[in-house]
Design a protein around this ligand. Sequence first.
Ligand code: HEM
Length: 425
Amino acid sequence: MSETIKPIDEKLENLNIFDPELMKCPHAFYKKLRDESPVYQDPTTGIFQVSKHELICEAARNAKVFSNDFGALQKDGGSDSYPQEAAEIMAKDGYPSVNTMLTADPPRHTKYRGLVDKAFAPKRVADMVPAIEEKTNYIIDQFFDDGKCEVASQIAQPLPIRVIAEALGASSDDYDNFKIWSQAFTDQLSGTSTPDEHIEIAKKLVQFQQYFADRLSEKAKNPSDDILSDLATLDFEDENDVSRKLETAEQLSIIQQLLVAGNATTAHSITEAIKLLIENPDQMELVVNDHSLIPNMIEESLRLLTPTNNMWRIATEDTELGGVAIPAGSALLLRYGSGNRDEELFENPDKFDVTRNNARRHVAFGQGIHVCLGMNLSRKEMYTAFPIILGRLKNMRFADGNKFNYSPNVLLRGLDNLYIEFDKA
Ligand code: HEM
């Protein structure tokens, strides 16, 4: 089954790119952008929208001209509602925000990325499979006898949070806090938070920072085989080629990215894949009868959802993209979610097709030097969990209560919740 995308009659210049309704279901807007103006400067905000697969890749691969030094935009999602009180909470009790991986450019970016890349290399991730299997079964055991569950909170969120907590070397007893902090990071990126919400987010971020600063100082004294110990003890050569230990603010920035970039995105992907399978019984049947299709099914779900739907860039010099002049200092939104439905690359792009032969050409994990650090881990989690999910939760179907709501967020996209019933295998 293909999603029905109703075309937008309104002219592009009359659309508010931060309209929450547009963010909830952006596909018709994206199609209009691709058809009419693949590099489109929004007249109200001045932000350039890049919507074609090829142009997104071109910009993402050119880190010199299209910089990731967008920390200031990321903080308030580009909105101007960031209150002084939130800044004061962070300044008084928190650690300063520093640009490490996502919001750093080379040579800084290269140094930090080199430090953590090996923790997520294919071999390290392959070693995590037994733990992922065990966690998936444990998570399912918690609701299995009910014959029903809410997928986002009972399957999709717990899995990546438990996996990353263990990889970091944090206690799984702190699971509830991890969930709260991950949500706070996601809300911070939404671009729709009110000043009061920003203040609440700042308080949670300070708690997160204090918790991890304590864990890091423990690991510095008693290191073990985990990422926190690596961050606490390894010698790091900075962009001035000085060998030193990481400062706490740097360590916290890295950990924050592992949580924010990894948890909501993987959780949203798992939830969406289950929704798409239930909506498309023919595709469900194919995958249930042939588990070797699971990896491609996951890639196809990633393509259609694109959990990191958009990402910022800043032009470092006067440049040009797709024949459009872009002045130095301009902000761009790379519309990964649009590139993944580009009809020039993906035939019948709105269709969920688990046998699509080029599904993996999606840009859901980005491109170029900032390509997702956790993509091996995220894929391994989903490739490992789905055979178990499909094996134990038979005949999955929608239960009552589904609103199929995607909370508006400038950068991230995912279903709030998904109620299902199943037969116990
Ligand atoms: C389905 C799951 C995921 C999706 C869709 C996703 C998506 C992305 C995308 C699109 C980028 C590139 C951002 C840019 O263009 O600037 C990115 C970067 C990043 N991701 Fe992921 N991600 C996922 C899971 C994870 C996981 C599990 C982790 C870590 C445990 C992670 C950590 C990171 C980090 C640290 C970066 C910044 C890398 C850099 O700037 O060099 N992600 N991710």
